[in-house]
Write a protein that binds this ligand. Structure first.
Ligand code: SF4
Ligand code: SF4
Length: 347
């Protein structure tokens, strides 16, 4: 690993000053026999219901917020195409994301329709939540609805202290998140082994997350002691140089951050990056290798040499499960240190 870091630092120094547009990532892949970068299978469909959110966090890679347009949210007809693709191709995991996916008016219908396809043993359904939304009266029914349908919940809480969480997510976010966690605990999430409740940590700045297992122990101790809150797992996720976080970094900060990520490049994390087994569906049905590529407008067909379909309406398992992945400097965010994915560390 030390030798690996030295090599990538040298590479950067040879190419400095280096900006976001350059793609030495492919060189890193090549050195480890991973180029051209391809999917190895397709077992997870991540469905982005839109960019509406009750928060507007500083690190948000999709730049979600309350002011987004209702017409940019996924429609029921696009969700129906997702259901069809899942059913006809035996996809084993669905990961519902946003924005705050709950704010899509068809969210409840989609959750129920997914579960109607197959039971929890055959189809794993995950929904992401910012937790604060669960304290709002309009969404008070959701913990029960999700529990009744055997949906796994992944909630964001960037720190177990109020000060750090509120500085990243806005005033009141911490207390709102704790209320949301308690609502979930109340129906069995994080307590009943059948109802998984994961918490997502992301750093408060341009640095890599600490070690996941050790941080999980800190979170468990602090949340239990301070609030009597229980959860199943902690997932650490690296801030991606995309969207609002990229804008906040500015040009110099971005160069510096990419340099930090490159210096920590880990081929094992590259081997296990989530895009190799996951496909992301944007709100309008466009297919992406991941949500980050979605935010950058890099569709699966965007590489020029890729014959995979561009939209969920043309879903084709054979071409998608071995598709060429569209890469860029932002990919160092997934492959630095212990790696980062929507399911936490990868290496
Ligand atoms: S990070 Fe999550 S909670 Fe924050 S604005 Fe983005 S989607 Fe909303
Ligand atoms: S950003 Fe991460 S998940 Fe997306 S294509 Fe790059 S390595 Fe894969």
């Amino acid at each position: 690993m030390a030798e690996q870091s030295a090599r990538t630092i040298k590479q950067i120094d040879e190419r400095a000053p280096e900006g976001f547009d350059l793609s030495p990532f492919d060189l890193s892949l090549k050195e480890d026999g991973l180029y051209p970068y391809r999917a190895t299978t397709l077992d997870t469909l991540q469905v982005n219901l839109g960019d509406l959110c009750n928060q507007a966090c500083a690190h948000c890679h999709v730049e979600a917020g309350p002011g987004k347009q209702q017409e940019h949210q996924m429609t029921r007809s696009t969700m129906t195409l997702c259901l069809k693709a899942i059913k006809e191709n035996g996809i084993g995991t669905v990961d519902i994301t946003g924005g705050a996916p709950e704010m899509n008016p068809e969210y409840r219908w989609f959750v129920r329709s997914l579960r109607a396809l197959a039971g929890p043993d055959e189809l794993r359904i995950i929904t992401r939540t910012n937790l604060t939304i669960l304290q709002e009266a309009t969404y008070a029914d959701l913990p029960r609805l999700l529990a009744d349908n055997g949906i796994e919940v992944v909630g964001s809480l960037p720190c177990y202290t109020e000060e750090t969480t509120d500085s990243q997510r806005g005033r009141g976010a911490y207390n709102g998140s704790i209320t949301g966690l308690k609502e979930l605990n109340c129906v069995g999430y994080g307590v009943d082994p059948a109802l998984s409740l994961s918490i997502v940590y992301n750093p408060s700045g341009a640095f890599l997350p600490p070690e996941q297992k050790a941080l999980e122990a800190d979170y468990r101790r602090e949340l239990r002691t301070r609030h009597n809150v229980e959860f199943t797992h902690l997932l650490t996720i690296t801030n991606m140089p995309v969207g609002r976080f990229l804008k906040a970094l500015g040009p110099d900060g971005t160069t510096e951050y990419i340099r930090t990520l490159k210096a920590a490049y880990n081929p094992k994390a590259a081997k296990n990056a989530m895009c190799r087994t996951l496909l992301s569906v944007g709100p309008d049905g466009t297919l992406y290798d991941c949500d980050f590529n979605g935010m950058l407008g890099l569709g699966v067909s965007g590489g020029g040499s890729n014959e995979a379909p561009a939209n969920i309406k043309d879903f084709d398992m054979e071409s998608l499960k071995t598709r060429r992945i569209v890469t860029g400097a932002h990919c160092y965010g997934c492959t630095a240190g212990h790696g980062s994915s929507c399911a936490g560390v990868t290496a």
